[in-house]
Structure formats: structure tokens, C-alpha cells
Design a protein around this ligand. Structure first.
Ligand SMILES: [Zn+2]
Length: 383
């Protein structure tokens, strides 16, 4: 059990993968400044190469080597600097979206094998609901990417912006864990224990918005880049194999992700972007606060019989998280109520029709299992 906890926690950590940024792989918009900054330093000393004087008593070959190394490191740093959309936080990403996707796809296949027999079929009401809500959030993320010029999610063509986002997959797993996570490559996993705290589509949208935001912000790539060893291996392997295949062989994705530390900054960022995505998709952004308040209560009263929500355990403190939503919800409500509220009234009527349609033609819940006793996790349809 504790091993499982560690696994989920680790994935949730890694989860914070995502990505968006403005100059996805190169960040060249920052290069001129960087070049000026470092070029100025080098120029001050380098212009007299014919008769280079000692500096602080050091022979020229030492300080010139140190200066050159600093210049090279600075160039690399600024070359891979990116900005997170919406929050405008600058961070360093050395991995490519393609590499992140390869690693995510690899781990996705591993997890499908690991969860074999526990994955709800696509016809299951829970699967349908997650897919339906997730698809609306994904569409909202694509729109967001275009508005914010998130390069890794859009591709400029001669006459149009063609999306190149890998299609989202949604996998619902029978589990007592109250958790959800996302892998690079847009693979979203939802554990049925989450439905103890998520009781309608608005609330589910807040969780899926958070997970989608991790990928929009390329948090996984950022974490991987933060690991010196991983980055060194990645850069070296990519010299010989730009496709990244060699790296995936050298570093099993699961081990890689488990080693990555949790980042509170990324989780907070995913909350903020997630609320935006949910509101843009016409899900009530106030639901996010309800979900996390319910999880906090569950964590406070859980005791040993009921494990605290895994989704929260690797994230910022409940109190700071809930108070953060108070800062973001006003902006999100402006989105939700744009066009005098008419836009979302219309969309939400469509949502209700889709729910009714799914309920009429939906699959049947699986028979209760022996472990699904009284107040256990909801193994059947959500809600
Ligand atoms: Zn997260």
C-alpha cells in the first residue's frame, strides 16, 4: 500500500509536467539580450588578445577559460529560457516537447499494463463523463494556446495556425486513491476514489483543468531539465540521436519521473491556469474551491481508516491553495460570464443535453466488488 502511495505521489509530482511556453524549444527571443550581456563582458577582455594582461594575478589562460565557460553556460541558459503563459514565470527547459511526449507515451504504455483489469471500459459512465468533460477542457486549452501563443501547442503554417497537440487520452482506473494525474503526451488518468470529492461536472472540470494545465505549461519538461544528471544525459544523447529514442532507452520514464521532486510553484501555477481553462470551457470556476475544501475536510477527518486524498498530498497546503482561488476566481468569473453570460448559458445547455444523452445510451456500471462495501470509493458511475 505504501509502495502504491509512493508511486502515485511520484507520478503526481512528475505530473506536473506540462508546458506551454512561448518559444518552445529555443527561446530565441531572449538571445539578443543575453548576447549583449555576455558579449559585453567578453569584449572587454577579449579585444586585446595580442597582449593579454594578467587579471587579479591570474594568467590569461585561466580567466579566459573561465570567461569562455561562463559565456557558454550563459548562452545555453538563455537559449532555453521560456515563459509560462498566463503567469509569465520564466523557467529553464532543455528538453524538447517531442522528447517529453516520447517519455510520456512510454510511461502511458507501462501504466496501461500495470492497471490492466482495473481500467474502466470506455462505455462506462465514469469513463464517458471524464472523456466528455476532459474534451471540453482540452478544446479550451487549444484556444488558450492560440491566444497566448504557446508554441509547443500550435504550429504556424503559411495561412493558418494548425494545432499539433497530441490527442488527449482519458483513462479511469478503479482505485481507492483519490487522485488524478497527467503524463506528457496528454495522457490523463483519473482514479475512481476521486469521485468521493468530485460530485459534479464543474468540480471534475476543476481537476481536469489542473491536469491539463500541467501539460500546457510543460511542467514535466521543466522538472526534467532541472535534474542536472538527466539534463546532461539528455543533451549528450541528443547530440548523437536528436530523435530522443536513445534517451528513452537509457532512462526508463517511470524511474525518471519518480525521481523528480514535487514543485509547489508548478502546482500553484496549474491551479491558476486550470481555473482559467475550466471557466473558458464554461465550467463554473467556483467549483474548484468546493473540490479542494472537500478534500481538505476529507484529509482533516480521514484518520487511518480513510486515506487523505492523494491529489492533495503532493500539492501545496490546502489553506494556501483555497485562498489562492479567491485571487483567481474573479478573473475566471469574468470569462464565465462574458457576453452577459449568454455564451456559457448556451454551452451549459449543450452540456446538459450531452449528459442526458449519455445517461440514456450509457454503459452499465460494473457489478459491485467485494471490496466495494458501504461507504467505500465509488466504483460505479460518478454521481
Ligand atoms: Zn498537480
Amino acid at each position: 500500500m505504501s509502495n502504491k502511495n509512493q508511486q502515485y505521489r511520484a507520478r503526481n509530482n512528475f505530473l506536473s509536467n506540462a508546458n506551454p511556453s512561448r518559444s518552445s524549444s529555443k527561446g530565441n527571443f531572449l538571445l539578443p539580450n543575453a548576447a549583449q550581456k555576455f558579449g559585453g563582458r567578453a569584449g572587454g577582455a577579449g579585444g586585446r588578445s595580442s597582449a593579454v594582461p594578467p587579471l587579479f594575478g591570474l594568467p590569461p589562460y585561466i580567466w579566459m577559460t573561465a570567461g569562455g565557460t561562463t559565456l557558454a553556460l550563459g548562452y545555453v541558459y538563455f537559449s532555453y529560457l521560456e515563459e509560462v503563459p498566463l503567469t509569465h514565470r520564466k523557467r529553464w527547459i532543455a528538453t524538447s516537447p517531442q522528447l517529453e511526449k516520447q517519455l510520456g507515451d512510454q510511461e502511458y504504455r507501462n501504466l496501461l499494463r500495470q492497471f490492466q483489469g482495473k481500467i474502466l471500459p470506455p462505455s462506462h459512465p465514469a469513463s464517458r463523463t471524464v472523456e466528455r468533460v476532459g474534451s471540453r477542457i482540452a478544446a479550451s486549452a487549444l484556444q488558450f494556446a492560440k491566444e497566448q501563443n504557446v508554441q509547443h501547442m500550435i504550429r504556424s503554417r503559411a495561412n493558418s495556425n494548425q494545432t499539433q497537440v497530441p490527442p488527449f487520452t482519458y483513462t479511469v482506473v478503479r482505485s481507492e486513491q483519490a487522485n488524478a494525474f497527467v503524463l506528457p503526451g496528454n495522457h490523463v488518468f483519473v482514479m475512481t476514489g476521486l469521485f468521493r470529492y468530485v460530485r459534479d461536472e464543474d468540480e471534475l472540470a476543476s481537476v481536469l483543468g489542473h491536469e491539463t494545465a500541467h501539460n500546457v505549461a510543460r511542467h514535466a519538461g521543466e522538472k526534467m531539465s532541472g535534474s542536472a544528471v538527466v539534463n546532461l544525459l539528455a543533451r549528450l544523447s541528443l547530440l548523437f540521436d536528436p530523435s530522443g529514442v536513445a534517451l528513452t532507452l537509457m532512462l526508463p520514464a517511470a524511474a525518471l519521473f519518480r525521481e523528480l521532486p514535487h514543485s509547489r510553484t508548478q502546482e500553484t501555477e496549474a491551479d491558476q491556469i486550470g481555473v482559467h481553462l475550466a471557466a473558458s470551457a464554461c465550467y463554473d470556476p467556483r467549483a474548484s474551491k468546493r473540490v479542494f475544501a472537500a478534500m481538505k475536510q476529507g484529509a482533516d477527518t480521514g484518520g487511518k481508516q480513510q486515506q487523505p486524498p492523494e491529489f492533495l498530498s503532493t500539492h501545496p497546503s490546502h489553506e494556501s491553495r483555497i485562498s489562492n482561488f479567491d485571487k483567481w476566481i474573479p478573473d475566471a468569473m469574468r470569462l464565465f460570464e462574458s457576453d452577459g453570460g449568454e455564451r456559457c448559458r448556451r454551452v451549459r445547455r449543450d452540456m446538459a443535453l450531452a449528459r442526458q444523452h449519455a445517461a440514456r445510451g450509457g454503459g452499465r456500471s460494473p457489478p459491485p466488488t467485494a471490496s466495494n462495501s458501504t461507504s467505500g470509493p465509488d466504483y460505479g458511475s460518478p454521481w
